[in-house]
Design a protein. Structure first.
Length: 259
């Protein structure tokens, strides 16, 4: 595909956009717009406007203006909203962003990576269990990217912070569901690979620590389970000055007594 710098290139007939029904996908994390013919780098403000419409849903002109251009006066900010909406319509097609009851709405026909990820990360345990290995691996990659999204989408404004936290939480929860699914299928190595990544990101993640201990116990590695418990206990003492919860302690001690 041809990569085009959209700071230098504009559609020949701005406002017309691609033919109706032409598939477009937006990768907010990469900052690109893809069509069947090219991949275009989007200017920052157009990218942020797409992100806001994709994640916030129907948005008034005032909300868009104060979120993306908070330092401009109302007249200037309203003008910037209209200009950037016009530019996006020229790229995506006029029907991609419509006005409904005074709110800008991004059509579901525009595929946006973060909007898609938000839906996929909420797959329940049964859906995860029924996935083929390749599908599960793809879901895990989405979850991994979302767990650290607040670290590498910093150019967006403060409006994005709550969405970043939500996506980060969804990525972590999805990762735990997949690890639990793998453990139930006796794929201890697969479960531990996910759990080790989670505990590296957050050493105080008790759910991940608990599942790690259960994974070691499932495979009969009592020594590894004991070391994991002691590491976690030491981490909590050092970082927070507390002990592991009684539930976690009972899980380990009950299994140890059976050995």
């Amino acid at each position: 595909m041809l990569l085009v710098d959209q700071h230098a290139a504009r559609p020949a007939h701005e406002g017309a956009g691609p033919p109706f029904g032409t598939p477009c996908s937006v990768e907010l994390l990469a900052g690109t717009l893809s069509t069947p013919h090219e991949v275009c780098k989007l200017p920052r403000r157009e990218l942020e406007l797409l992100a806001l419409l994709a994640l916030s849903g129907p948005s008034s002109s005032e909300y868009v203006a104060t979120s993306i251009w908070p330092d401009n006066d109302k007249k200037r900010a309203d003008a910037l909203v209209k200009v950037n909406i016009h530019r996006l319509r020229s790229r995506l097609g006029r029907s991609a962003i419509i006005m409904e009851f005074g709110f800008y709405v991004l059509s579901e026909t525009v595929a946006v990576d973060l909007r898609r990820a938000s839906k996929e990360l909420h797959a329940d345990a049964q859906v995860v269990a029924d996935m083929r290995p390749a599908e599960r691996a793809a879901l895990l990659e989405i979850a991994r990217r979302m767990r650290t999204i607040d670290c590498w989408v910093s150019p967006f404004g403060e409006w994005f912070l709550s969405h970043a936290r939500r996506l980060t939480h969804a990525g972590r929860a999805c990762s735990l569901r997949v690890a639990q699914c793998l453990l139930e299928r006796s794929d201890v190595a697969g479960a531990l690979a996910i759990l080790n990544a989670l505990t590296c990101e957050d050493p105080c993640d008790e759910e991940a620590r608990e599942l790690t201990i259960r994974s070691y116990l499932r495979s009969g590695c009592l020594g590894a389970a004991a070391r994991e418990y002691l590491r976690y206990s030491a981490t909590l003492q050092r970082e927070l000055g507390i002990e592991p919860t009684l539930d976690l302690e009972r899980i380990f001690q009950s299994q140890e007594s059976l050995s």
